[in-house]
Write a protein that binds this ligand. Structure first.
Ligand SMILES: C[S@@+](CC[C@H](N)C(=O)[O-])C[C@H]1O[C@@H](n2cnc3c(N)ncnc32)[C@H](O)[C@@H]1O
Length: 264
């Protein structure tokens, strides 16, 4: 029986993944274990080997040109050879300046990484116009930039100011971690180690999928990626171990549905 779409299945992603049809997925958003928190599900002895196993398995589930975004700490793919399976295009730094500076003998880690992989060389889609961000530079500086030559494929061209905004680049400091006051927070327990901001997941989904595409979220938590998919008319297959989180996710999905109905 094919896996149900657009519902979150309660269960272990590692076994449910076998039921996903090969080469059927356009985009995978993998916000799973980081191997650093005290959560029971995060007790992973070797996070790099764990991620390599996921990358191998995801590779067979992705369509050609499909994308994987893998969340983790800065060392999450160190010393593993993922190259036979997927191509690493970017390591996005999600910068969170508001974190308490807890370091005593080292620099406090202020960012997560989101490793962006593609199956094959060219992505099926990279919808830059969906994710442009404000230029945030004054006109005079902009004009000066336009006269600065930039290098692309060995050719010199002009750095053009685009009125629609610029590429967000690979350091994202414009999306803040949720706080207790965030309206979208599903419950207090999901702050910090669980729930991601919708804006963050939205950027990934809008860039790397199109209307009607199929998105896989193997570690759905309280459903941020499913909610974003529902809002932007993407289909999803999602898994989550914790049934209480799935209940919270379902409430969020119902609220999103009501919101969409009101907008019609
Ligand atoms: C970082 S959270 C994901 C949060 C999600 N992106 C959100 O915004 O709500 C990771 C989730 O993976 C779940 N998880 C961990 N191991 C799992 C497994 N083997 N199968 C399914 N879910 C798992 C945890 O229960 C947790 O909710």
């Amino acid at each position: 029986m094919p896996l149900k779409r657009n519902v979150i299945q309660v269960g272990d992603a590692l076994s449910l993944l076998d039921e996903v049809e090969d080469e059927s997925i356009d985009l995978i958003v993998c916000d799973g274990p980081y191997g650093v928190t005290e959560n029971e599900w995060d007790q992973i002895s070797n996070i790099q080997e764990y991620n390599l196993d996921l990358i191998k398995r995801f590779s067979s589930k992705l369509k050609d040109g499909g994308a994987l975004y893998l969340f983790g700490k800065p060392n999450c793919i160190d010393f593993i050879d993922y190259r036979p399976y997927l191509n690493l295009k970017s390591k996005i730094v999600w910068y969170q300046p508001s974190r308490l500076a807890q370091g005593r003998i080292n620099y406090t880690n202020n960012y997560d990484v989101i490793c962006y992989f593609v199956k094959g060389y060219r992505p099926r889609c990279y919808n830059l116009d969906n994710i442009r961000v404000a230029q945030l530079v004054e006109l005079e500086h902009r004009l000066r930039c336009e006269r600065v030559p930039s290098v692309k494929n060995g050719k010199y061209g002009k750095t053009k100011f685009n009125a629609k905004g610029k590429n967000p680049g690979d350091v994202w400091g414009d999306i803040k971690q949720l706080t207790y006051k965030s309206k979208e927070l599903a419950c207090r327990e999901t702050l910090n180690t669980i729930q991601k901001p919708e804006k963050l997941i939205e950027r990934l989904v809008l860039a790397s999928s199109n209307l009607g595409d199929l998105v896989l979220d193997p570690f759905a938590g309280v459903g941020t990626c499913p909610v974003v998919c529902q809002r932007h008319q993407r289909n999803f297959i999602a898994f989550e171990l914790n049934a209480e989180f799935v209940n919270l996710a379902n409430l969020r999905l119902e609220a999103t549905e009501r919101q969409l109905e009101m907008e019609i």
